[in-house]
Design a protein around this ligand. Structure first.
Ligand SMILES: Cc1cc2ncn([C@H]3O[C@H](COP(=O)(O)O)[C@@H](O)[C@H]3O)c2cc1C
Ligand SMILES: O=C(O)c1cccnc1
Length: 361
C-alpha cells in the first residue's frame, strides 16, 4: 500500500455512541435545550471524532499552510505575479502575514509546507520542503499534475497532519498560498459538484469584470480539456476522484486533501479555511467519504464556489465575515468557537449538580 492508501484505510466513521452520549449530556447542562445552537452540534461532533464524551479540548491547535504555484496563472486569471507565492512564504516564516497575526491571537502554531512553489526556497524556521514539482501544468489545456505527483502531494499533506498530531496538537487548521489557486478551486468545485463554471468562479484576489469573464471561460475549458463532463456528472469512486484532482487541482489542493485525510485517520478535528480548502475537501471526501465527519467548516468565504462546496459536503460554516484571503485566516478565527463548544462539555454544571430546577413539561 502507498502511504496515502494507508492513511485512507485507517479512517473510521465518527463514533455514533459517543455522539449520542454528548447529545444527552448537552440536554442535562444548565441551559435551555438547544440554546447553544450550532455549537451544540459542534460539541457532539467533537465527541464523535474522538470517540469519547466529553470530547478532548481541541488545543493546542496547529495551522499548516501549503504553498504551490499554478500553470494556469499564464492564462491571466489573477492580477498578481506568480512570485508573490514565494514572497508570501517568506513572509509567513518571519511572522508578517495576516495568518501569523490570527494564529498568535488564537494560540496556534504555524507550519509552512512547500509542495510546489515554482522556485527554490531558502531554508527558514517553520518551513518544511515537500516539493513535488516546480508548479503545475496549465489545467485549462490538460492535466495539471500526473497521478504520481498527486499521490506524492496527498502523502505529504497526510504526513504533515500525522506529524502535528504526534507532536501533541489536537486541532488542525488548513491553510493555502498559491497565486491563481482560486481558478483551480473553481474547476475542482465544478467537477465534484456538477455546478457550472459561471456560478462557482469568483474574483479571487480581486479582478475586474473582463478578467472575471475570462476566468470563467478558462474554468469552463478545463473540464473538456481533461475529459471531465461539463456539468452535472460527479466523479464516482476513488480512482476517478484521484484523476479529477490531478487534472484540475493544484499541488496545495492535493496536499490539503491529504492533510484532511491525515487528521481523520488520527481522529483529530480539522478546521477548513476557505474556497481552496473547501475544494480540496471535496476531493478528500470523494477518496474517503467518512472524512467529512472530521471536518469543521471554519467560515464561508466571499468566493461563490465555497458555499457550493460546503453545501455538497453538508457542512455549515461557523463564521461569515466576507473574508477572501485564504492562508488559513478563516479557519483560525473559528478555532476559539470550536474550543468553546468543547469546554462547555467539561465545565458547565448539570441541573442535578447545580440544584437548578428543570423546565416544566
Ligand atoms: C499578497 C497576497 C497574500 C495572500 N494570501 C493569501 N492569498 C490568496 O490569494 C491567492 C488566490 O487568489 P487568486 O486566485 O486571485 O490569485 C492565493 O495565494 C490565496 O492564498 C494572497 C494573495 C496575495 C496577493
Ligand atoms: O476563499 C478563500 O480562501 C480565498 C478567496 C480569495 C483569494 N484567496 C483565498
Amino acid at each position: 500500500m502507498t502511504p496515502i492508501d494507508e492513511t485512507i484505510a485507517a479512517i473510521r466513521p465518527i463514533d455514533a455512541q459517543a455522539m449520542a452520549e454528548a447529545r444527552a449530556h448537552q440536554d442535562r447542562l444548565t441551559k435551555p435545550r438547544g440554546s447553544l445552537g450550532v455549537l451544540e452540534d459542534v460539541a457532539v461532533r467533537l465527541a464523535g471524532i474522538a470517540a469519547v464524551c466529553p470530547p478532548p479540548l481541541p488545543t493546542p491547535a496547529a495551522l499548516a499552510i501549503f504553498a504551490a504555484d499554478h500553470g494556469v496563472h499564464a492564462r491571466g486569471v489573477s492580477p498578481w505575479p506568480q512570485e508573490v507565492t514565494a514572497q508570501m512564504v517568506a513572509n509567513f516564516t518571519v511572522g508578517g502575514a495576516v495568518a501569523n497575526a490570527f494564529a498568535a491571537q488564537v494560540g496556534a502554531t504555524v507550519t509552512v509546507v512547500d509542495v510546489g512553489v515554482a522556485v527554490d526556497l531558502p531554508p527558514a524556521p517553520g518551513l518544511i520542503s515537500h516539493k513535488v514539482a516546480y508548479g503545475t501544468a496549465d489545467l485549462s489545456r490538460g492535466p495539471a499534475m500526473t497521478a504520481e505527483q498527486t499521490r506524492q502531494a496527498l502523502a505529504a499533506g497526510a504526513g504533515v497532519a500525522r506529524g502535528l498530531v504526534a507532536a501533541g496538537h489536537r486541532c488542525l487548521i488548513t491553510g493555502d498560498m498559491g497565486i491563481a489557486n482560486t481558478t483551480a478551486s473553481a474547476a475542482l468545485i465544478c467537477a465534484f459538484t456538477g455546478r457550472d463554471a459561471e456560478s462557482v468562479t469568483g474574483r479571487g484576489t480581486g479582478i475586474d469584470d473582463a478578467t472575471h469573464r475570462h476566468k470563467i471561460e478558462v474554468v469552463r475549458q478545463a473540464l473538456p480539456a481533461n475529459g471531465i463532463s461539463p456539468a452535472g456528472a460527479v466523479p464516482a469512486g476513488p480512482e476517478e476522484a484521484l484523476r479529477v484532482l490531478a487534472a484540475v487541482g493544484g499541488l496545495e489542493h492535493a496536499a490539503i486533501a491529504g492533510f484532511v485525510l491525515g487528521a481523520a485517520a488520527e481522529r483529530v478535528p480539522v478546521i477548513l479555511d476557505g474556497v481552496i480548502a473547501g475544494s480540496a475537501a471535496l476531493a478528500a471526501a470523494a477518496l474517503a467519504p467518512d472524512v467529512t465527519g472530521y471536518c469543521v467548516a471554519g467560515h464561508r468565504s466571499a468566493e461563490p464556489g465555497h458555499a457550493a462546496a460546503l453545501a455538497h459536503l453538508g457542512l455549515r460554516p461557523l463564521v461569515d465575515l466576507e473574508l477572501r484571503l485564504g492562508e488559513g485566516t478563516g479557519g483560525l478565527l473559528a478555532q476559539p468557537l470550536v474550543a468553546a463548544a468543547a469546554r462547555v462539555m467539561h465545565e458547565v454544571a448539570t441541573f442535578d449538580a447545580a440544584g437548578v430546577a428543570e423546565q416544566k413539561a
